[in-house]
Design a protein around this ligand. Structure first.
Ligand SMILES: Nc1ncnc2c1ncn2[C@@H]1O[C@H](COP(=O)(O)OP(=O)(O)OP(=O)(O)O)[C@@H](O)[C@H]1O
Length: 755
């Protein structure tokens, strides 16, 4: 069967067997270890345009070089004075909605011929003035003339589709189509699809728009009163639908000029970056401009993007797979001009390459541009980790007993390290001497630790130009010279920390080095990386130390080491492969080459779970006035859904219940989201927008007809028995919740142990 999308004919991807189906929906590392069939692959890749390193002369190339050297500094000094003046000239005249696509097009005749100090200072002043009026000026990396309506039509189609394979087909067909027009279209479009405004580590990309502000804007632009909007919102609970309904019945004198993907994306970024005096007003102005130009379904998705909830059931992983298909097709010649013509193993390799690159460089812009310039199959040479970009950290699998560890590492050389109880800190030293510290989620938290100076911990500062270290930041008692528990660390301020504010000292415990002087070390053995770490850095007691470690496979020695770690306020042990390819650092992967052994959880399933709060039950008796229990869900990374796995009411202090009531009540929504998978017998009294993760302990896991975690694997869902609240996970986003896949694995391990 052939389908047609906006004039182009595509044949849907045919999957030859249930096994291939399984691959398509499988998780990130699924194809590791599988060898693609060389003959088919070779045939396919020789038919691809050969793009030698750096040999491309495509128009994207120049842009790409600019991007690679400083994409995360988009609004900084990088944009030239001329470019700024160019924008200034265009924006000095008031821009009507219908003119939105025309700004930044012409150079003023007065543009300076060189970037002399006066000229650039002057342009900076002008830029600041315009930024004050309009929000920060963007350079043109995000230009795209694709009509925004086309993206919205695709969103609409996805919203109405439940099959993940079909969604992948829709997305990859669309990406292929827009790339045929210009490959530049892909970056802003991808960001709109994943509902983000840039890489996670780029600061200042929070839209910060409250529900009320959006209602007011809709009311003012679409000619409805605030009370009408509020009433409708109570009824249908979707501001997007409301804006679309209101906009579409609004009489207009002139047909507005259609919005483009480029201008919508750039306006969203400008809204996020608008700060300071009257920022709300300026944000509203930008929204109104777009809203008055919306037609058809555009207003629905524009408002949802502004709310940062697209609600179409599109998981980021699905977008990544679709992207790899489209990019692979784009790199091929006419013989392979349809997704169907690409051999399955070529697709598998391409997907793996793009995921690997993304784990090292979590920036769509850099990954896409690298694909376009060098070809997707050469990504591993050109798109690799670098100081200044936080790579996704390697993660560990839980274990329940030392015996399990010994079974796993039998016959191998492995090492055990203390598992410190603090916050992960990826420390980067950049060529220009600046230091950045990134969290587990790639958030820049350098400001949180103003007392840390990495240069103090480097042996030979002249010989070390840049590096990336993997560490745990732990609260430290300077007087007693010992580690303090995590709870003490969490009392430190998270923002705007001044040196004078610091009451709780921090010590960095380094356990890995991932890059040194531009050399990637992740494909070296842990033993080699450790040697490098101790050569390049030096211990400063109480400020920078190495993770305490031991190399032994003796059960008694390991038991003693585990007890010692706990006595020193650690959580237990991290046990790691020490030699050979299995000891390489695997970004983003929850690997069986790193096992965690947490002393407190040995009695349970070996680990705590981080689950998303999606609903609550009103408290009774002593708990009247607060919530008495909560409905929790894990996150299915394939479908983007939250699958319920337990009700929880144990482990909360009265104070915590009060806090949770205050925190969660503003996030109440009118009904369950389409992404909540639940059974009607466990319906809560109120539903929440997913915002908060609880770290939860459980005695064990069991199958239940009421809960839905992992129900695609088993007929029933996996649920937690006797769940107990431990704390709120402030350092994780809702999509970092324990995945359905992890829950299934924990359940299977538990059944295996019981048998
Ligand atoms: N020696 C060590 N080696 C590696 N990680 C360590 C070490 N000591 C402490 N850690 C911390 O332990 C974390 C992994 O264990 P844990 O399960 O507690 O973390 P988490 O954030 O809940 O992650 P997840 O549950 O997703 O694995 C690492 O992310 C790191 O922050």
């Amino acid at each position: 069967m052939r389908r047609s999308l906006a004039g182009l004919t595509f044949t849907p991807l045919r999957l030859s067997s249930p096994r291939s189906l399984l691959f398509m929906s499988s998780s990130l590392p699924s194809s590791a270890g599988k060898k693609p069939k060389q003959a088919t692959l070779a045939r396919f890749f020789t038919s691809m345009k050969n793009k030698p390193p750096g040999g491309s002369s495509s128009p994207e190339k120049a842009t790409k070089h600019k991007l690679e050297s400083g994409i995360n500094e988009i609004n900084s000094e990088g944009a030239s004075a001329i470019k700024k003046l160019k924008h200034v000239s265009a924006v000095q005249t008031p821009v009507e909605p219908s003119d939105m696509s025309s700004n930044s097009s012409s150079l003023p005749s007065s543009a300076p011929s060189s970037g002399g100090v006066d000229a650039s200072q002057k342009s900076r002043e002008l830029t600041l003035k315009v930024e004050e009026e309009q929000g920060p000026i963007e350079n043109d990396h995000y230009s795209s003339n694709i009509p925004y309506s086309e993206v919205c039509e695709v969103f609409n189609e996805i919203e109405a589709t439940s099959s993940r394979l079909e969604i992948i087909r829709i997305c990859s067909d669309f990406f292929t189509k827009i790339m045929k027009q210009s490959s530049k279209n892909l970056i802003p479009t991808t960001y709109l699809f994943i509902n983000r405004l840039g890489p996670d580590y780029e600061p200042g990309l929070e839209l910060g728009l409250g529900e009320n502000l959006l209602m007011k804007t809709i009311s003012e632009s679409c000619g409805k009163s605030m009370s009408q909007i509020k009433l409708k919102y109570k009824e249908i609970g979707d501001l997007g639908e409301i804006a679309m309904g209101a906009r579409n019945v609004q009489p207009t004198m002139f047909k507005p000029k259609p919005l483009t993907v480029g201008e919508v994306f750039k306006s969203l970024r400008s809204i996020a970056k608008t700060q300071g005096k009257d920022s709300q007003l300026r944000k509203v102005k930008l929204i109104k401009r777009m809203l008055t130009a919306c037609q058809g379904v555009e207003a629905k998705f524009l408002i949802r993007s502004l709310e940062s909830k697209l609600r179409i059931g599109l998981a980021e992983k699905t977008v990544l797979i679709s992207l790899s298909k489209a990019l692979l097709l784009h790199g091929g010649n006419e013989e392979s001009s349809r997704v169907d013509d690409i051999p399955m193993d070529a697709l598998e390799s391409a997907q793996q390459k793009i995921r690997d690159a993304f784990c090292q460089v979590p920036n769509y812009e850099l990954v896409i541009n690298s694909c376009l310039e060098h070809g997707i199959m050469n990504l591993d040479q050109f798109c690799t980790l670098r100081p200044g970009i936080p790579l996704k950290p390697m993660l560990a699998k839980p274990t329940k007993a030392i015996n399990e560890v010994l079974d796993r590492f039998q016959g191998e050389t492995f090492t055990s390290e203390y598992k410190y109880d603090g916050e992960r800190a990826q420390v980067h030293l950049l060529d220009d001497g600046t230091m950045r510290i990134y969290s587990r989620n790639g958030e820049n938290m350098t400001e949180r630790y103003p007392e840390i100076r990495i240069t103090d911990f480097i042996q030979d500062i002249d010989a070390t130009k840049n590096l990336i270290l993997d560490c745990e930041a732990v609260a430290w008692d300077k007087e007693q010279g010992k580690i303090l528990p995590f709870q003490v660390l969490s009392t430190r301020k998270r923002k705007d920390v001044e040196l004078s504010d610091i009451k709780v000292k921090v010590c960095l415990f380094a356990f890995d080095i991932l890059c040194h002087n531009g050399e990637r070390l992740i494909n070296k053995s842990l033993r080699e990386r450790r040697d490098c770490l101790t050569k390049v850095t030096k211990v400063v007691p109480g400020e920078f130390q190495y993770a305490t470690q031991i190399v032994t496979d003796n059960l008694d020695e390991l038991q003693k080491f585990l007890d010692e770690s706990v006595n020193q306020s650690c959580e237990g042990l991290m046990v790691k492969m020490l030699e050979g390819p299995e000891s390489h650092y695997e970004p983003s992967k929850r690997s069986r080459n790193w096992l965690k052994l947490k002393k407190d959880y040995l009695e349970g399933i070996g680990d705590s779970l981080d689950l998303c709060v999606i609903g609550a039950y009103y408290g009774r008796g002593k708990r009247t006035g607060t919530y008495g229990g909560f409905l929790l869900g894990c996150y299915n990374q394939d479908s983007g859904e939250f699958e319920t796995c337990c009700k929880i009411g144990t482990g909360f202090s009265d104070e915590m219940l009060q806090q949770l009531h205050e925190r969660l009540t503003p996030t109440i929504i009118d009904g369950p989201k389409a992404t909540f998978v639940f059974d009607s017998s466990a319906e809560p009294d109120v539903w929440f927008e997913p915002t908060t993760l609880f770290e939860v302990l459980t005695a064990d896991l069991s199958l239940s007809p009421i809960y839905k975690a992992g129900s695609a694997t088993f007929d029933k869902g996996v649920s937690l028995r006797f769940p107990r609240f431990l704390r709120i996970r402030e350092d994780k986003g809702v999509e970092d919740a324990t995945s359905s896949e992890q829950i299934v694995e924990l359940y299977e391990n538990q059944s295996h142990m019981q048998n």
